[in-house]
Design a protein around this ligand. Sequence first.
Ligand code: S3P
Length: 445
Amino acid sequence: MTVPTCLTVTRPAAPLSGTVVVPGDKSISHRALMFAGLAIGETRIDGLLVGEDVLRTAAAMRALGAEIRRDGATWYVVGRGIGGLTEPEDVLDMGNSGTAARLLCGILATHPLTATLTGDASLRRRPMARVTDPLVRFGARFMTRAGQRMPLTVRGADVPIPINYVLPVASAQVKSAILLAGLNARGDTQVTELSPTRDHTENMLRHFGAKLGVTTGAEGTQITLAGQPELRAAPITVPGDPSSAAFAIVAALLVPGSAIRIDGVGINTLRTGLFTTLAEMGADIAFTGHRLAGGEPVADITVRQTALRAVDVPAARAPSMIDEYPILAAAAAIAAGTTRLRGLQELRVKESDRLTATAALLAANGVAVAVEGDDLLITGQAGPLPGGGSVATHMDHRLAMTGCVLGLGARDPVTIDDMRFVDTSFPGFIPLMNRLGAGLATPCA
Ligand code: S3P
């Protein structure tokens, strides 16, 4: 099916129902390709997310010398070994992906080569100082545009020095960039995080045979990586992305009478803040069939539509649901009472300024919202929201999908200006939603 750029979404006449499987986890997919490219031997990857963002990482790792091929749904990567990547002949275009760009900066910082990274207009606006600042301490040099933005050129350290770094922002991307750089520095690299962030990098380092020490105390979590380990190829099965499942789950909560199941979703507790929050709002969500996939916990999720009540989400929960605030805001729009989402400063530097854009998309559809400092307040309708407005997506996949879900719970049709970026993280979003009965098909008039 051809996806229209601009989409009009109306409330479905019948409840959503059925069982679906969402595409592979984006964070784990990037890391699988990167670690496999740094390992010795051939890594088999099943369930890789074939989204634009991950394809950028695949192209970059290929340009750096890794052999990557695809056979149906299975991917095979022959790595170069730590320190073994080769200088790319051309600029590496990371598209829309902050994760790809920032993690790659980490890898390149401790390889003795020169590379230039660019991205689309959204990525070129995003701050890179958060990775370049610590990475220069390894001995790397960076040339950036004003404001430490991309395009940037990195000259990796010839003799990398391990570092000891306390993360000033709760960011798994920054933590991962440092650990990836530390792989090729002789000695111990140490990162301390004050609030826990997703630990897929740590899990995958262990999976590939690196030695990692993790201690948690009053001063946060300290991760110590012994440099220059031999990473050995190890098969990976990528679980379904909880951040993608979130859209179908909230859709089922917005359409009366719905009951759906999503199989094989990653439920790493550092990613499940949305599920905790929805349960606090009164959502009926059940997890069954707990198992492991590629070293990560996975379950099947069943959700049944129930009335939701407003909630106060603490700032401390933000790292475990950082990508889920726009879709949580859609749930808050139909809940009874005023929801307060605290400590959303990091949302301002995502694929768009998601704090401003989320407030704008709700306001355009008749929902009372306010931004107070870094908090977002949403007064729910205790039922369907008015709708009838448009959603400006600002090159941001999650705003586009949030707009669609919002439209499913609105009295009047909601228009989403640009659906193209959905493919960065959730290829097949529209057909999957339509298998559940969403009926997303109408191009804008
Ligand atoms: C990611 C970390 C988060 C998240 C992004 C993926 C990762 O970013 O928003 O979508 O894979 O490490 P920050 O680390 O900047 O919070």
